[in-house]
Design a binder for this molecule. Structure first.
Ligand code: ASP
Length: 585
């Protein structure tokens, strides 16, 4: 080793020892009589000291020339520090240097290498290797490593086998576009990159592996949306001979272990809520359950009093913001209404109600509703004095969504969405299919391999939208962390679903013939789940973007600005791949 110790290691007990450290120059402070250098490596920062009166002038000269981010090796004796730095674990000592070797010089970095850096995100991504020298950036990747280790340990303790599945594959539908890779030796033919290892993990169950997991890269060529990466990592799993409850409790075990070991948080048991209830109570399939404020329907209470907005609405509902009345002034309420308008959430009128300081019911539509009526709303919604009841009205789906957004905004404003509080939830019984306006037909809500609820299958012909699936999502703090399902494992049901999804016999055979055939060789009942590992890491890191927990992420246009990718390839390569591009305009 080029060093005897790391920069995070030396303490009082080392005083008097001769040691050698290596690292990067964080700071060089020349104060005339004395010169200090903060030397940094992955483990910490140790202060080096050079006293003018005691240091040879050549060494002093050399020390003075060491700029930020120079990589050096320094040897000397560990001494007690005059003024101790209690914030730094090595703050009781310093290294009195008697020899320095420059291992490599550095240009002045384009931004400061510290948590409070002056570099913007684009610049930091262009020089991500420098960005990762910052303690906070490094800590996030170490946290990710910790989560991966604990995950592997958990799965191995539960008898799961880690199996690698191929990356050059036939398309697996997960609802996004595939990235494709041309095959040079099969001109005109293409592989897809996996959107998930879905079919391979099912084939592994047919192969008898019983319990599979993989921490695996997946690829989806989606349109740009906030906080998406074209390549991302899934914790992918599949189990045979299990019920839905077995799968949920296995994963609950994982999540609780991760919280306990990595975060020191005892997560309570994870409750289940049906999709229908989540939509009814929160207007979303991924409710943030760190706080209440559930919706209460008010159709019956408000209709028929001559107030057009309510009378004409398909759905009228509200929620109660605890203590909200005191927190919102009239102009802030107007701002909430403006928020709804701005986001085209289709809510024309935001109606509010509360008890006055004298305990009297009051609303923004007093013209139409007497105190008694307003009181029934407040009571139905469980409002206490000081609470603010917010009501929206309109077409059911749209209004539910708008009220859901409003609930999130208010939760944020009232401080209920604290990053250090965690609330997990299983959302179960998702619909099997969802109507797509774009294609004018039903699409699989999860994916086409999901097992419909036995008791609902008959409705496939009569009311397809009502058929429920054995499908579930794990939601933590309002973010979908993962999802999965029990799978179809017989040829007939799978063919039926493909047909209902509009595939022809030929398409079924061409795309999924191998799967249907495999089902005929003793496929066991099975099911599984995949968790978004990047999202899980960013939740644990308390960061707002999954980019923070990915070593080398892409930007919002899917570019890696550091290596400048994607990029063009030569005409020779294109010819070899039998690809002709449209002429450049
Ligand atoms: N393959 C699914 C997905 O990527 C997860 C699963 O069903 O296990 O969303």
């Amino acid at each position: 080793m080029l060093r005897t110790h790391t920069c995070g290691e030396l303490r009082r007990s080392h005083i008097g020892q001769t040691v050698t450290l290596t690292g990067w120059v964080q700071q060089n402070r020349d104060r005339g009589g004395v010169l200090w250098i903060d030397l940094r490596d992955r483990y910490g920062i140790t202060q080096l000291v050079f006293y003018r009166s005691e240091t040879e002038s050549a060494l002093l000269e050399q020390a003075r020339s060491l700029g930020r981010e120079f990589v050096i090796q320094a040897s000397g004796v560990v001494v007690a520090r005059g003024s101790q730095n209690r914030k730094n674990p090595t703050g009781e000592i310093e290294l009195k240097v008697d020899a320095v070797t420059v291992l490599n010089a550095s240009k002045i970095p384009p931004f400061t290498i510290e948590d409070n850096t002056d570099g913007g995100v684009e610049l930091r991504m262009r020089y991500r290797y420098l960005d990762l020298r910052r303690p906070q950036a490094r800590e996030r990747l170490l946290l990710r490593d910790q989560l991966a280790r604990q995950t592997r340990a958990y799965f191995h303790s539960q008898n799961f086998t880690e199996v690698e599945t191929p990356v050059l594959i036939k398309p697996t539908p997960e609802g996004a576009r595939d990235f494709v890779v041309p095959s040079r030796i099969n001109p005109g033919e293409f592989y897809s990159l996996p959107q998930s290892p879905q079919l391979f993990k099912q084939l592994l169950m047919i192969a008898g592996f019983d319990r599979y997991f993989q921490i695996v890269k997946c690829f989806r060529d989606e349109d740009l949306r906030a906080d998406r990466q074209p390549e991302f990592t899934q914790l992918d799993c599949e189990m045979a001979f299990v019920t839905q409850d077995d799968i949920l409790s296995t994963f609950e075990g994982l999540i609780r272990k991760l919280f306990a070991t990595v975060k020191g948080v005892e997560l309570p048991e994870i409750p289940c809520m049906t999709y229908a209830d989540a939509m009814r109570l929160y207007g979303t399939d991924k409710p943030d359950t760190r706080y209440g404020m559930q919706f209460v329907e008010l159709n019956e209470e408000v209709k028929g009093r001559g107030f057009g907005l309510f009378d004409e609405a398909e759905w009228v509902a509200g929620f109660c913001a605890p203590g909200g009345y005191a927190d919102y002034t009239r102009s802030q309420l107007d701002k909430l209404a403006a928020f709804l308008k701005r986001h085209k959430l289709g809510a024309d009128g935001l109606v509010w109600a509360h008890y006055t300081v004298d305990g009297l019911p009051k609303s923004s539509v007093d013209k139409f509703y007497a105190e008694d009526s307003v009181k029934t709303w407040l009571e139905k919604c469980g409002a206490n004095p000081g609470d603010l009841l917010l009501i929206l009205a309109g077409p059911a789906d749209k209004t539910r969504k708008a009220l859901g957004e409003l609930r999130l905004l208010i939760g944020e404003q009232l401080g209920f969405r604290d990053k250090n509080t965690f609330s997990a939830l299983w959302v179960v019984d998702f619909p099997l299919l969802e109507w797509s306006e774009e294609t004018g037909r039903y699409l699989a809500m999860h994916h086409p391999f999901t097992l419909p609820k036995h008791e609902d299958i008959a409705m496939l012909d009569t009311d397809p939208g009502k058929v429920r699936a054995n499908a579930y999502d794990l939601v933590i703090n309002g973010t979908e962390i993962g999802g999965g399902s029990l799978r179809i494992h017989d040829r007939q049901t799978q063919e039926l679903i493909f047909k209902r999804l509009g595939l022809t016999e030929e398409e079924i055979q061409q795309q999924f013939g191998f799967l249907l055939e495999a089902f005929e060789y003793g496929a066991p009942p099975h099911g599984g789940i995949a968790l978004g590992f990047d999202r899980l890491c960013s939740l644990f890191a308390g960061s707002d973007s999954i980019r923070d927990v990915i070593a080398f992420p892409k930007n919002n246009s899917g570019r890696d600005t550091m290596t400048d990718s994607p990029s063009t390839i030569s005409d020779e390569r294109l010819a070899e791949l039998a690809i002709s591009l449209l002429p450049k305009r």
